[in-house]
Design a protein. Structure first.
Length: 119
């Protein structure tokens, strides 16, 4: 069982951590900056390299907007890309505004089948 957690920081910094064994709650919480984790809906794919897309799950701080955390533009674009890859409209509305956005650190998690089943 092997997986990867990619943490996307507010400024676009990326930290990649390889995990052996089942992902632990504390590890996932650390990936979002220590808060309660919330699954980001429709963020189910991630481009790890140009042309190489993997299935994933992504988490944010459940109370990030209540805490007034800074908008994470890079993670929001990645979320929009995942929605569009799935055939959805993405986050951009007709008037040019975003339907939603992500704040704070974001944790993107992917790995082998056994690892993903353990989430």
């Amino acid at each position: 069982m092997k997986g990867t957690i990619v943490t996307i920081g507010i400024g676009g910094g990326k930290l990649t951590t390889t995990i052996e064994g089942a992902p632990q709650l504390e590890t996932l919480k650390a990936g979002v900056g220590g808060g309660w984790i919330e699954l980001i809906p429709q963020f189910d794919s991630y481009e790890v390299a140009p042309g190489e897309v993997v299935s994933c799950v992504a988490f944010c701080d459940e109370e990030g907007k209540l805490k007034n955390l800074t908008t994470n533009n890079i993670a929001t674009v990645l979320w929009d890309n995942a929605m569009r890859r799935a055939g959805g409209p993405g986050l951009l509305q007709r008037d040019g505004t975003a339907a939603d956005y992500l704040v704070g650190q974001i944790a993107i998690v992917f790995g082998d089948d056994e690892f993903m089943e353990a989430l």
